[in-house]
Design a protein around this ligand. Structure first.
Ligand code: AMP
Length: 273
């Protein structure tokens, strides 16, 4: 595995490679969720590039940038064992200057749900993803469906800015009790870890309701909110795949999405039906 830390070196390294390139951007503290993206990218491309970059511009003031888990050495091992060809490991100074051009998330889709509680978060996400895609020029780039709004906005950016990369969404990996894997799960103590299970339970209930043909969003959301109590719920919504609110679940075109706080940890989850 080749480890590269500057954009210029990586562009140079990749420029004569006449191979399909799979790319998996991450912020590190790698877990099985990241590994499933890496494995899928490995199986679908000739050359596999993974980036680990804790992007400061997607964190708002007062968020967990400073305490975000860092596991650089373990992450490198995981990448090596997973068959990563190139690990891109830049510092913030390699990625950003002082007077910067940046992308603006769309005014509607970028400022609802996650974007409502974290205004400007998606500006940072889109800007860094754009930079990374321009550095790597991958054939395929892989993102988790767990961050459904992020995946939706990146797909929209690629389409609206006429970029040629293919964006691939990958299913959410969960622990055996249903909790979606997240780098932020390490913030949870034992009691909070149990409380957090209300999130997948609420989604499980929604999917059972849908399988009993209860399709009205309002009814499903009410029942989910009961399961989620007493967590601090930021939102529970039912959307179509275009990320518009849906009054009814349309099977094959629905995303049921939850964000709730457990202690001070914000957890996101969703199911695609
Ligand atoms: P992050 O390091 O949190 O920025 O995540 C890097 C990528 O891994 C993003 O595309 C996430 O959506 C994806 N990801 C995070 N958790 C999971 C999971 N449990 N299952 C599948 N993909 C995930």
């Amino acid at each position: 595995m080749t480890i590269i830390s500057t954009p210029g070196e990586l562009k140079n390294y990749l420029k004569d490679k006449n191979q399909s390139i799979g790319f998996v951007p991450t912020m590190g503290a790698l877990h099985e969720g990241h590994i499933s993206l890496i494995k899928k990218a490995k199986s679908e491309n000739e050359l596999l590039v993974v980036s680990i970059f804790l992007n400061p511009t997607q964190f708002l003031k007062g968020e967990d940038l400073d305490k975000y888990p860092k596991k650089d050495e373990a992450d490198k091992k995981i990448c090596e064992l997973s068959g990563v060809d190139v690990l891109f490991f830049p510092q913030a100074k390699d990625m950003y200057g002082t007077d910067e051009v940046s992308l603006q998330a769309p005014h509607v889709r970028g400022y609802v749900l996650e974007g409502a509680s974290r205004p400007s978060h998606f500006n940072g996400v889109l800007t860094v993803v754009m930079k990374l895609l321009n550095i790597v020029s991958p054939t395929n780039a892989y993102f988790g469906k767990k961050d459904a709004q992020q995946l939706n906005l990146i797909s929209l950016m690629v389409k609206q800015l006429f970029m040629s990369v293919n964006i691939v969404g990958v299913d959410t990996v969960r622990q055996s009790d249903g909790l979606a894997l997240s780098s932020r799960n390490v913030y949870l103590n034992e009691v909070q870890r149990k409380e957090a299970l209300k999130i997948p339970s609420s989604l499980h209930l929604a999917s059972r309701m849908v399988s009993r043909n209860i399709l009205e969003s309002k009814l499903i959301i009410e029942s989910m909110r009961e399961v989620l109590e007493p967590l601090e719920v930021a939102y529970v919504e039912i959307l179509n795949r275009e990320f518009e609110l849906a009054k009814y679940v349309e099977i094959g075109n629905a995303i049921i999405i939850v964000e709730a706080k457990v202690g001070s940890t914000r957890l996101l989850d969703n199911i695609w039906l």
